[in-house]
Design a protein around this ligand. Structure first.
Ligand SMILES: [Zn+2]
Length: 273
């Protein structure tokens, strides 16, 4: 939930640019991999930045989001370049009454044909979270962090309990920032209905989910940078785990007792350790 005064369109665009650039800095977005979207319920007039207006059929009906505005990265755009001239890489969508269509706003010199091909997954998560929690803001980030994605190729890390007990043991902050742990979805075809449905369900329980052998999706109802932070916390945990594997697993990590003490001291509810 974002409290007034609400960030203006330019501020949101700038934060998307910074989040995208940082995801590239942490090796979570090679080439044109990864995509970002935010949804807000307060009134936004995108026409100054995005003067070209056309009708857009939404991948699913979202009647409760009528009047809400999305900012979405364009297909094939590089997250590392979003912050330079963001309007050419981003689109704005305002949901029409009934929620089946939207007005798509873009810049005259936009550098993409369509919005990200993962928009169906983004929209489904925004819709599910925003109707379940009544938040007025929601951000979703898809990225492909190297170490997390690599670990998702190793069978024993495909077990959610094993994954979390091994990744959340390296720094006290990890359990505080990801108290529900990292969700895990087995490999599914990118952009498929199956991935979309599993992703929505998994993100009800977790703030970040691994799409096995592909990447992650993270969400936040506070800011797009907070969603990107969740990718970074999880990826840092995976880096520690990778380091430990490489060196013959001599690191002991925080013990379950130590993690439980951290959680009771900082009032973190968790059921991983
Ligand atoms: Zn991807």
């Amino acid at each position: 939930m974002v409290n007034p005064p609400y960030p203006v369109l330019d501020d949101l665009i700038e934060m998307i640019g910074q989040a995208g650039f940082h995801l590239a800095e942490i090796e979570a977005s090679e080439g044109a991999a990864g995509n970002i979207s935010v949804c807000m319920r307060w009134p936004v007039d995108p026409r100054n930045r995005f003067p070209v207006e056309e009708e857009f059929i939404l991948p699913q009906a979202v009647p409760e989001l009528a009047g809400a505005t999305f900012i979405v990265s364009g297909s094939g755009r590089r997250l590392r370049e979003l912050r330079q001239d963001p309007a050419v890489h981003l689109a704005c969508l305002t949901v029409n009454e009934g929620g089946e269509t939207a007005k798509l706003f873009t810049a005259y010199n936009r550098r993409f044909e369509r919005v990200t091909s993962e928009f169906n997954s983004h929209l489904a998560v925004h819709y599910d979270q925003m109707t379940a929690t009544d938040t007025n803001f929601h951000a979703v980030v898809h990225a492909q962090p190297l170490h997390l994605t690599y670990l998702s190729h190793i069978p024993r890390y495909q077990d959610e309990k094993y994954l979390n007990q091994h990744l959340l043991r390296w720094q006290p902050e990890t359990i505080i920032n990801l108290p529900e742990g990292i969700g895990f979805i087995p490999f599914m075809l990118p952009g498929s209905q199956d991935l979309m449905a599993a992703n929505v369900t998994c993100l009800r329980e977790h703030r970040i989910v691994i799409w096995s052998k592909h990447g992650v999706m993270a969400r936040s109802d506070i800011s797009v940078k907070r969603a990107a932070d969740r990718v970074e916390y999880a990826e840092t945990a995976a880096k520690y785990e990778y380091l430990n594997l490489q060196i013959g697993e001599i690191g002991e990590g925080l013990s379950p007792e130590e993690v439980r003490t951290i959680c009771s001291t900082f009032n973190v509810e968790q059921n991983i350790f």
